[in-house]
Structure formats: C-alpha cells, structure tokens
Design a protein. Structure first.
Length: 151
C-alpha cells in the first residue's frame, strides 16, 4: 500500500461513520466545517445545486485543523472547510465544475484547493463583487499546479 493511500484512508476515518460512505463515494462530498461558518454552508448548498450529495459534519476548530494536517493541506493551501470527494481532498471554495472534472479525469493527486476565501467564489458571493482566483491541484508531493482559473 502506498503511503498516500494509507494516509488518505486514515484521514477519512471520521467520515466513515456517515451513512453511505462507500456507496456514493463518487458523488457525495463529505464536508468538515466549523458549526458557525455560514460561507461553508453556502458552499455546500452550491454543490447540492450542482447535483452532488453533501454530508456536513460540524467540528471544532482544533479537530478541523488536525484533519487538514493529516490530509496534507498546509497553511498556505488552507481555507475555512475541508471535504472529501472519493479519495480526493477538497479544500475551500472549490467550484462544483472543478470537482466534477477532477472526478472525471482522476489525476494522481491529493486533491483541489482554493486557498483563502476569495470574494465571488462559491459560497463567498458578495453581490457583483468578484476576485479572480485559481483552483489548485495539490500533487502527492505537496506541490501545486493551476487546475482552473476563474475571473
């Protein structure tokens, strides 16, 4: 077993208690967030509107940051919530279309991240205000490359 596979399996254990974990791994997004974070809830709503099943788990900040660390999401890649889509980590306000593309293409990677909380990203809408942002593909060695650009 590769180290990455073992680490992802161990990190996903908190999600295993959620109903249907294995049955819908390709279309269910399992989200860990702070119970008071409204933008995380808004992001989950955007994913549901795009056809994903979402399962939201409210956790304390300490548990959330420990999960990010176990999954290989360093501070410079972090945002306010962490999710799993199949075996991929989804960090922050990643657009649904990017997740769909990731699942279709199945690259050898840890997952996707939209670091920070860019205004206008899914769940961070503020009227007509929008910041350009990139969705980054996080590779197994922790390096990143631009997966998609959004203006």
């Amino acid at each position: 077993m590769h180290r990455r596979t073992l680490l992802l399996a161990a990190a996903a254990l908190p999600f295993a208690a959620l109903p249907g974990f294995a049955a819908e791994a390709e279309t269910t997004i399992r989200i860990m967030k702070s119970p008071t974070c409204g933008c995380c809830t808004a992001w989950a709503d955007r994913l549901a509107a795009a056809g994903f099943t979402t399962e939201v788990r409210n956790v304390g900040d300490e548990e959330l940051w420990a999960m990010k660390e176990r999954l290989g999401v360093g501070g410079d890649l972090a945002s306010c919530h962490t999710a799993m889509a199949g075996s991929y980590v989804i960090e922050g306000h990643v657009p649904a279309a990017d997740i769909q593309r990731l699942l279709a293409e199945q690259p050898a990677a840890l997952g996707l991240t939209v670091p920070g909380m860019p205004v206008g990203s899914p769940g961070m809408e503020m009227g007509d205000e929008r910041e350009a942002f990139d969705t980054l593909l996080v590779l197994a060695d922790g390096t990143t490359e631009v997966f998609a650009s959004h203006s």
